[in-house]
Design a protein. Structure first.
Length: 175
């Protein structure tokens, strides 16, 4: 089956979310660094302003560490967001406005291509894992590297054909 589709930032974010759900350790790290720490940072700021309003600050230097740490935690979230956008934009060459991608999946291999820029051919024995949900399909070529295809790109018949291909080719590798 040969598919052509346009990648969006939402597709890339969905792929990263699906990848994060693969392992418990990545879920915990994400929750800690990008969810729990920013919440603690906001609580530190709220506590600072509450204490500033209710009681005079006797030693402002004692507040610099908690406020500085909370600033860095909030900055980490902002930098993560900007880094995800930058990673998505780095998939395509600079100045390219179209985000068209094609993928050819057959019994022998998967060919993923950005027309006019690059092409990657992966035989089924190079595919380590497969993950799919209602938004995205991932073909892992390494532990942290994957080819992603939006689920919208597949018709219902192509999804069933893909399931058959994955079942035949990935299960045959297992001892």
């Amino acid at each position: 089956m040969k598919l052509s589709y346009t990648l969006t930032l939402e597709n890339y974010i969905a792929a990263l979310r699906r990848h994060r759900r693969q392992k418990l350790s990545t879920r915990i790290a994400y929750l800690f660094w990008l969810m729990l720490l920013p919440i603690l940072a906001v609580l530190a700021w709220a506590s600072f302003f509450y204490n500033l309003d209710t009681q005079p600050v006797s030693f402002p230097g004692s507040l610099s560490l908690p406020l500085g740490m909370s600033f860095w935690c909030l900055l980490a979230v902002l930098l993560h967001y900007l880094n995800v956008r930058k990673q998505f934009n780095n998939i395509f060459p600079p100045g390219r406005t179209d985000r068209n991608v094609s993928i050819d999946i057959n019994e022998d291999h998967i060919i993923a291509a950005i027309p006019g820029v690059s092409e990657g051919k992966f035989f089924w024995n190079a595919i380590l894992k497969f993950a799919q949900d209602e938004k995205i399909t991932l073909f892992y070529v390494a532990e942290k590297r994957f080819i992603f295809v939006p689920a919208k790109a597949f018709s219902p018949s192509e999804r069933s054909e893909l399931s058959d291909l994955v079942e035949r080719n990935l299960l045959r590798k297992k001892p």
